[in-house]
Ligand binder design. Sequence first.
Ligand code: NI
Length: 136
Amino acid sequence: VKSVLCRRTYFQCVHKYVSPLLSEKENLSEFGACYTPHGHGHNYTLDAYVEGQVDSVTGMVINLRDLDLALREAVQILDHKHLNFEVAAFKECIPTTENIAAFLYSSLKKTLQNYPVTLNRIRLYESEDLWVDYFE
Ligand code: NI
């Protein structure tokens, strides 16, 4: 029997939106309050959906302890960081919810290669009323 399991985790980081391809005026007009010299923080919520066979002995697709470790490993690169300044992946890539979701998906997918599940999709909430679903 196959099953999709979802686990939620939380992290915090700071970002600002600025594109080197746009002038100061264009950046301001495109990004508004998100275009600031120092940035601002969010409490992100990450839902990871993993898919696998339910083990006939344990009744689980993956041990939650292992899943939590994998999630922690993916998220800790971003947690309590200023994404634009401290995370290499966002030095030249605007840390929008879309781009952060893509980054987390590929990190988590890599980490989960050591486990008997595949990453089905992730959902990344920047706030209660804004989120991105990312899947292949
Ligand atoms: Ni923001």
